[in-house]
Design a protein around this ligand. Structure first.
Ligand code: SAH
Ligand code: SF4
Length: 365
């Protein structure tokens, strides 16, 4: 088997069967996969890890994704919206501590009050940081006009995971209605590119019914859509969701984590110059999960800057870590962890996707 993996890892273009073999690699093969991913990372994006301070702005959501703990149908969640001054304080903290960028994430809403509020916040954050903080948005599906307004106000990257790239599987994890339509989500990814954002997407790994073939398709989807940045992590069950009833079909947590790690490594080998996040869900399944992801290809980390009093209400899944850590503790802990993983923090830099820059320069944006 090792010879086969060695051969695959040298290929210019990875086919689906190659990706399935990489995702199934064990023992020495798995080690080779990780070493190759680390080498590609060092050669194409270097060992810097960039921070995106995460503000979980609100858990109010109009959708009902079957896997998500803050879905509208979960009546056990106390709903919140972070106050404006608290968002601005968190942004100032990020700026003063040279985080480079922020991520504003929330449940999905598209009413006027919400759209206006985000636009206003973006302008305020830009103003308080002299335009120095980069801003990533992760606020779900919106109209072209909304994407445009937020872009004009200062958002320049947008993360919208496709979640599962196979249109036939999508309805297994989402209600069957217009609000949860695969085609509409895909159209949003195209709109984001058209408006000018650096486009991020990603998937959940280890969902019930998902196979290694499905995950290989997911990787090929990200390549086909020329995605600039990827956030993907393991699916983690949440008791108050419809998908919970399949919990006995899931891979054990350590195996699910390992599969996610192989996805990160395979993606780095396949899309050499994109940005890849070491997600919080990785850390949930393994206390050193983010460090391990950084070693095999990830170069983005999202320290949580959500004011502590809101954190336990933003429970997308069970056992989310760092619910009681304040921003200072989180920053110190992370920096030490990144050093441990052989990385260095790119303080004060935006750390934009090199892939995006290349496409822009070649005039294909
Ligand atoms: N509402 C926005 C952004 C917030 S949700 C959106 O849906 O795009 C951010 C991400 O959390 C989702 O894209 C999904 O991939 C992830 N997520 C939700 N529930 C999860 C779970 N149970 N396990 C792992 N990830 C989950
Ligand atoms: Fe809402 Fe996003 Fe959760 Fe879906 S994944 S229910 S859109 S917060």
């Amino acid at each position: 088997m090792s010879e086969l993996i060695q051969e695959i890892l040298q290929k210019e273009y990875l086919e689906k069967a190659d990706l399935v073999a990489m995702l199934s690699a064990e023992g020495e093969d798995r080690q080779l996969l990780f070493e190759q991913a680390a080498a590609v990372k060092a050669a194409y994006v270097g060992n810097k890890v960039y921070y995106r301070g995460l503000i979980e702005f609100s858990n109010i959501c109009g959708k009902n994704c079957l896997y998500c703990g803050i879905r509208a149908g979960n009546k056990n969640t106390h709903r919140y919206e972070v106050e404006e001054q608290e968002v601005l304080d968190a942004a100032r903290y990020a700026w003063e501590n040279k985080f480079g960028s922020l991520v504003l994430q929330s449940g999905e809403r598209s009413d006027k009050a919400f759209v206006d509020r985000i636009e206003h916040l973006l302008r305020e954050i830009k103003a308080l940081s002299n335009g120095e903080l980069g801003i990533t948005l992760s606020l779900g599906e919106q109209s072209e006009e909304t994407y445009h307004r937020w872009f004009e106000a200062g958002g320049h990257r947008y993360l919208l995971r496709i979640e599962v790239s196979n249109p036939e599987l999508y309805p297994k994890y989402h209600p069957h209605n217009k609000k949860h339509d695969y085609r509409a989500r895909l159209d949003c990814l195209h709109l984001l590119r058209k408006v000018g954002y650096q486009v991020g997407s990603g998937v959940m790994i280890g969902l019930p019914f998902q196979t290694a073939e499905d995950l290989a398709d997911d990787l090929m989807f990200l390549r086909e859509h020329d995605i600039d940045m990827v956030g993907m992590g393991p699916y983690i069950e949440h008791e108050d969701t419809p998908l919970y009833k399949y919990k006995d079909k899931l891979l054990p947590k350590q195996e699910r984590f390992d599969l996610a790690l192989k996805m990160v490594a395979s993606l780095r080998i396949m899309m050499k110059d994109i940005n890849i996040a070491a997600t919080t869900a990785m850390q949930t399944l393994d206390p050193l999960g983010r460090e391990k992801a950084v070693k095999v290809g990830a170069n983005i980390i999202m320290p949580n800057l959500t004011p502590t009093r809101y954190r336990e209400d933003y429970l997308l899944y069970e056992d989310k870590p760092c619910l009681d850590e304040d921003a200072d503790e989180c920053r110190r802990c992370l920096e030490a962890r990144i050093h441990m993983a052989g990385g260095e923090v790119g303080f004060g830099e935006w750390g934009d996707s090199k892939h995006f820059k290349k496409r822009k320069e070649s005039g294909n944006s």
